[in-house]
Design a protein around this ligand. Structure first.
Ligand SMILES: Cc1cc2nc3c(=O)[nH]c(=O)nc-3n(C[C@H](O)[C@H](O)[C@H](O)COP(=O)(O)O)c2cc1C
Length: 143
């Protein structure tokens, strides 16, 4: 194995990526605040940013960070008993983060918005998260 091969592998580990999954929440009441506190405690040290989007007991979570860090967090989250019906819908290399200002933002959206965001993410559209980011910045949906 050459040194340049190892270097290239490490470049892949460090590539900035955006991952999106959907799941069914099994969380009740105060557990949600505890979960968000965990995100805000852990994510900054791992260079993870993102948003947890909720609608009627369903989650869409966006995780951004290095490929290696997002992968290892994803494995932990996937095995968390506080949700089920787990479906990975996006794993994309990105040049810049959509949620660089948020260790983990949290928003509730209506049914149509949830489906739109999920569908755009699924079809790997470049603009998939821009409306969510703008909502977090300006407090209103700009369509
Ligand atoms: C929907 C959902 C989203 C989560 N998101 C994160 C996250 O962004 N960061 C994180 O550290 N843990 C997240 N978790 C919690 C992890 O599954 C796990 O419980 C936590 O990372 C353990 O952290 P601790 O060892 O500091 O207690 C999430 C769990 C669920 C159910």
């Amino acid at each position: 194995m050459t040194a340049s091969f190892i270097d290239s592998i490490q470049v892949i580990d460090q590539q900035l990526i955006q991952l999106v999954y959907r799941s069914r929440s099994l969380i009740k009441g105060v557990e949600y605040d505890e979960l968000m506190a965990t995100c805000l405690r852990n994510n900054p040290t791992r260079g993870i940013t993102g948003v947890l989007i909720s609608h009627s007991g369903w989650f869409l979570q966006v995780l951004e960070g290095s490929s290696a860090n997002v992968n290892s967090l994803f494995k932990v989250i996937e095995n968390d008993p506080r949700h089920s019906n787990f479906l990975l819908i996006r794993f994309n290399a990105i040049a810049v983060r959509d949620f660089s200002d948020w260790s983990m933002a949290s928003i509730e959206v209506d049914e149509q918005r949830f489906l739109n965001i999920a569908n755009q993410a699924l079809h790997a559209e470049d603009v998939a998260m821009s409306a969510v980011r703008d909502f977090l910045c300006y407090g209103k949906w700009i369509d």
